[in-house]
Design a protein around this ligand. Sequence first.
Ligand code: SF4
Length: 358
Amino acid sequence: MADQLRADLLSLPPDALGRVLIDHFQARGQPAYRAGQVERWIYTALAPSIEAMTDLPRAEREALAERFMLSEAEEATVAKSQDGTVKHVWRLADGELVESVLIPTEKRLTLCISSQAGCAMGCTFCATGWGGFRRQLSAGEIVAQYRASRRWAEANELGPVTNIVYMGMGEPLANRAAVHDSLTILNRGYDVGARRITVSTVGLVPGILELAERPEQFRLALSLHAPESDLRRSLIPLERRYPLPEVMEALEHFNEAGGKRITFEYTMIAGINDAPELIEPLAELARRVGAFVNLIPFNPIPYQDWHASPPARIRAFAAGLERRGVTAAVRESRGRDIDAACGQLRAHALVHIEGTRG
Ligand code: SF4
């Protein structure tokens, strides 16, 4: 049966999945516990297919596969960095390619996932921005990156994935329905704590406000990159539609929603956004919403003749922020040798991972 006619079980939030499965098995005169069996295969065993759910009778597996499918991602390539970072390129059912990255640190294994194939935002410092938009990912295709990465990490003795960041290809808040469902699925289905999941945005105000409404304490990272609208507009075209003052109001609202942590990402580009005069306005914005600031040395990408700010300049920025009462960290680039670092991956910025505490 063609896949478009079958519902994707990976895209369904846990409540909906339970209902759909109970209805399905009831209609077939099967006991209700069959639904629980399938849920365990999906959430606990990470079964790669319906066929693999071997404690269901064969006839039940076949009947289930007639109506449903699992939108698993197929590994197209995998590259390992000398620093332990692992980049996967996944092939989706229609041939689209998306990337995810595993970043091991001493205490954590962070997974960076993509929410869109390509990206329409056109940020000038990001290779995805230069590549343009391909299509939205479904919730199942987002979750599939987590499932496949977890299997890979376990098979390669990297241990369990502890944190997830939506910082791969795409602007997550431009794909809200699928991203919200995927957050629910990862949190309630796969039991990843909300505080261990960070959504990164370049400032889509309606999406920030919607995320603020959620009762779970998902974290938010704003790709800031400039503390003033004029400069920011030259790096992030979306600034024209949602100027910084509006974005800051939305962040204040997010902050007031209680216990929700905000991080600012600031890619430091020599001669572009690293003037010492920018420290004060940056500190002011961070103080307003209690944001932690990640300073990320720019990674070279094609089409842009920019360079990272010199290390001394970056350290001075960090010290200037600290003096003004703002917690800041300089992030080492991870995975540069496999094009898995900030912007190179065609991503928001992978290096901010350390700032996403859980
Ligand atoms: S930085 Fe993020 S929002 Fe901007 S173009 Fe790259 S992927 Fe899209």
